[in-house]
Design a protein around this ligand. Structure first.
Ligand code: SIN
Length: 282
């Protein structure tokens, strides 16, 4: 008898699927990996509860999805430089990722997936919000879609430098390696991209990193960017992940935004992140 496939239950109307009936501590078969990728293309974010993995198993799981991006900005657990530690200590005010963004779109070749697991959670709060930029694009009028297909966006890592006071506190709480923030990184990407796995179009801009349209002034860009961001931020396109111990989430950066809610002052939150470049051959 054929083994039943993955059990994936939709969480939100447009985004988010919860995966059950899988043990990620075992190496994934090629079939399971294909099914997980297909579910990711469909749901944008997969939430996989009750997975108690060693660090080796967690890294192996990330590698099953593609090549891990070297982590050159965040602290890491001993012996695992590819794992980024996202930590807010109880006496910190700032946190990592508390703005709507898509991971690392300022790179020439943006990273396809991010995997995150909860290590230490506050007693309440510390959720992550996700949003479907695929559903947001689909809901736009045809004439707007047509215009957006002609545009490119300038993505820049400079948000830390942009927001002066918060940035100073952020850097005081997490001094960068070598004492300085590395050089800025920028990239230009089409505003509308196509998911290679499904052929669906996505609005590939995000408030964290897109500073303007290529060839437009910042001032002229701002009006259209603000309207598009407001359109994307409609609650219908979102879902909220309430973390539990041993939950693993993996998301497709090519079709989602996320926001780590900083609402747990006085408590520690510690997460471990893998950023993953999809291999070209699968
Ligand atoms: C991130 O922005 O990559 C981190 C999200 C989180 O910590 O919830």
């Amino acid at each position: 008898m054929a083994k039943p496939g993955l059990e994936v239950r939709p969480i939100g109307g447009f985004i988010g699927g919860e995966v059950r009936g899988i043990d990620l501590s075992c190496p994934l078969s090629a079939q399971t990996c294909r099914e997980l990728r297909a579910a990711l293309s469909r749901y944008g974010v997969l939430v996989i509860p009750d997975q108690e993995l060693t660090m080796e198993q967690y890294v192996r799981l990330g590698e099953a999805f593609g090549e891990l991006e070297p982590n050159d900005t965040l602290a890491h657990p001993d012996g695992f430089p590819q794992v980024g530690s996202l930590i807010k200590e109880a006496d910190h005010v700032t946190s990592i990722g508390d703005m709507w963004h898509t991971d690392h779109t300022y790179l020439e070749r943006p990273m396809a997936y991010t995997m995150l697991r909860a290590v230490d959670l506050p007693p309440h709060g510390g959720d992550t919000l996700f949003l479907s930029a695929k559903a947001a694009f689909a809901a736009l009028p045809d004439a707007v879609k047509e215009t957006l297909r002609t545009l490119k966006g300038l993505h820049s890592r400079s948000y830390l430098i942009r927001d002066g006071k918060y940035a100073a506190q952020f850097l005081a709480e997490r001094p960068p390696q070598g004492g300085k923030i590395g050089p800025n990184k920028t990239a230009v990407h089409p505003v509308v991209t196509t998911l290679p796995e499904t052929g669906e179009e996505v609005l590939f801009i995000n408030p964290g990193y897109v500073v303007k349209f290529d060839g437009w002034s910042a001032k002229l860009s701002q009006g259209l960017l603000d309207s598009l961001f407001e359109h994307c931020l409609q609650p219908e396109f979102q879902f909220r992940l309430r973390w539990r111990e041993n939950t693993i989430a993996i998301w497709d950066n090519r079709q989602t935004w996320h926001f780590a809610v900083n609402d747990y002052q006085g408590h520690r939150r510690s997460m471990q992140r893998l950023v993953i470049d999809k291999r070209g051959d699968d």
